[in-house]
Design a protein around this ligand. Structure first.
Ligand SMILES: [Zn+2]
Length: 146
């Protein structure tokens, strides 16, 4: 049993309509489509989630780069039928078994994944230098006090 059968039946019925009936049906259909579209996100929350179609993959220095067309899934967007946004490059890599993602843009370029983890280290490295300065300043302060 094909689930398309009701549609086929409808189609053959539609072919028998006159202009007024067809226009009425058109109006009804538009209303119905609007109602269904308004309901859709609630019934299928996954539709709201971005959907991706990978067009190209590159592996460079432990980073996977993917050229993707994106379906944002936002209500009212043209992309509901097909992922039409982009294509954009995205970088994927793993840090401690955790997937990291970074948006690159329309033009391909490699990302510096160390740059991404830099904040963790920079807090240490920038701390190290002032420590010397602080120590020196403290010694100077102590010497002036004594
Ligand atoms: Zn969209």
């Amino acid at each position: 049993m094909s689930h398309c059968q009701p549609i086929e039946d409808l189609r053959s019925a539609i072919l028998k309509l006159n202009l007024e009936q067809a226009q009425l049906l058109h109006c009804d259909l538009e209303t119905l489509i609007e109602q269904l579209q308004a309901l859709k996100p609630q019934h299928q929350p996954t539709v709201v989630k971005a959907h991706r179609v990978v067009q190209e993959v590159r592996h460079i220095e432990g980073v996977t780069y993917q050229l993707e067309r994106v379906k944002c899934g936002k209500e009212g967007c043209k992309c509901t039928d097909a992922p039409i946004h982009g294509p954009y490059w995205y970088a994927y890599w793993r840090v401690n078994d955790r997937q990291k993602t970074r948006y690159i843009g329309k033009r391909f370029k490699t990302v510096n994944i160390l740059e991404r983890t830099k904040p963790q280290f920079s807090s240490v490295s920038t701390y190290r230098l002032p420590l010397k300065v602080v120590k020196q300043a403290t010694e100077e302060l102590v010497s002036t006090l004594c």
